[in-house]
Design a protein around this ligand. Sequence first.
Ligand SMILES: *Cc1c(COP(=O)(O)O)cnc(C)c1O
Length: 349
Amino acid sequence: MIEPNSELIIDFELVRNNIQEIKKKLPKHCNFMGVIKSDAYGHDLKIATNAIKDVVDGFGAVRLDEALVIRENSSKPILAMQGVYSSDAYDLIKQKNIWTVVHSISQLPLAKQYQNNLIFWIKLNTGMNRLGIKLNELDQFKSFFTDSNVLMTHLACADNPSDKLNKIQFDNFENSWNEVSKNMKRSILNSNGVLNFPEHSYDWVRVGIAMYGGIDLPNLKTAMKFRSQIISIQSLDAGQRIGYGGRAKTKRASRIAIVYCGYADGFPQTAKDGTSVLVNDRLTKIIGRVSMDLISVDVSEINDCKIGDWCELWSPDLSIVQNANKNNLISYELMTKISSRVTRKYLNL
Ligand SMILES: *Cc1c(COP(=O)(O)O)cnc(C)c1O
C-alpha cells in the first residue's frame, strides 16, 4: 500500500490561460515578461520555463542561477532583475546573453565596463525606496540612455489604485523619462499594475503572481492544487475542544476530519478557524489550530465523507487568495512555501 502524502498538482494549461487573460489588457506592441523568480513562485523553474516559453516574450529572474536555468531551456530574453555584482558574473551573463539591472550608483563603475556588450535596464527609485537609483543621480547614467536599454521602476502600491503614491511614482518616472531624451524603452508594471494601470504598459510589463492565479479575478485560476487525504474522522458531541490549545470548540454534535497535511507541508500554521477548504467538491472549514502534520476540518455537513477522501486546501476551484485574505497573508508567500516533502505532479506541460 502506498502511504498517503500531500500533493501539489500544477496545471500549466491554467498558467497559459491566465497569461492570455492578462494579455487582453495590454496594447499589442507591449512585451510580456513572465516573472519566474523563486522557482517560478513554487511552480518549478525548469518546468515552468518550458511550459510557458511559447506564450511570453521574455523571462524575469532575480538571481543569476535562476537566469542560467532559464537559458538552458529557452533562447528568449532573460532579465536578471536584481543585477549582478562581480566581473565574473558580468562575463557569464555576456556569454549567456542575459540582460541585467543597475539599481544603485555603486554598480556604475563595473556596469560601465560592459555597457557596449550588454542590455541594461536602469532602475529608478520613484518612491518605493527599496531598490533604484535616485532621480538626481540619473544624469550620471547618460551613456546608458540608448534605444536598446530600458528605463524601469517598480510600484509600491500597485494593488491599491487609490493610494497617492502611485501618481507620485508615475509622475517621477515621466519626468525622468523626459530627461533621458526618450530614447530608452520603458517598463513599470507588475501584475497588479497591469490590472489597475494598463495605460502605463509601455514596452514591457513584468508579470508574476497573476500568471499563477494568485490574484482574485473571475478569469484567473489558481494553477496549483494543494491537497491531502483524510486519515481519521472524529465524531464529537457539542462543547468538545479540538487540537493544540483546545482553540476551537464544537457548537453542536460534529464530524471532524483529520487531513494528512500540516505546516511542515507549507500550509500556514497561523490559519484561522473558518479558513475554507474543499472536501468532495463541498466547501467547508478548518476548525482548530494547524499542527505540524495535520489539519482538522469540519465535515459535519458532508455526509458521504470518509477516510481516504481528498481535502483541497487551495485549487483552481478554491482560489489561493481566499486563504491568504482570511489569514492576513499573501498568495506569493503561500505559493513559495510549499515544502519539498509534498509530492509534485505537473499537467499539460
Ligand atoms: C517580482 C517582481 C515582479 C513581478 O511582480 P508580481 O507582483 O508577481 O507580478 C515585477 N518586477 C519586479 C522588479 C519584481 O521583483
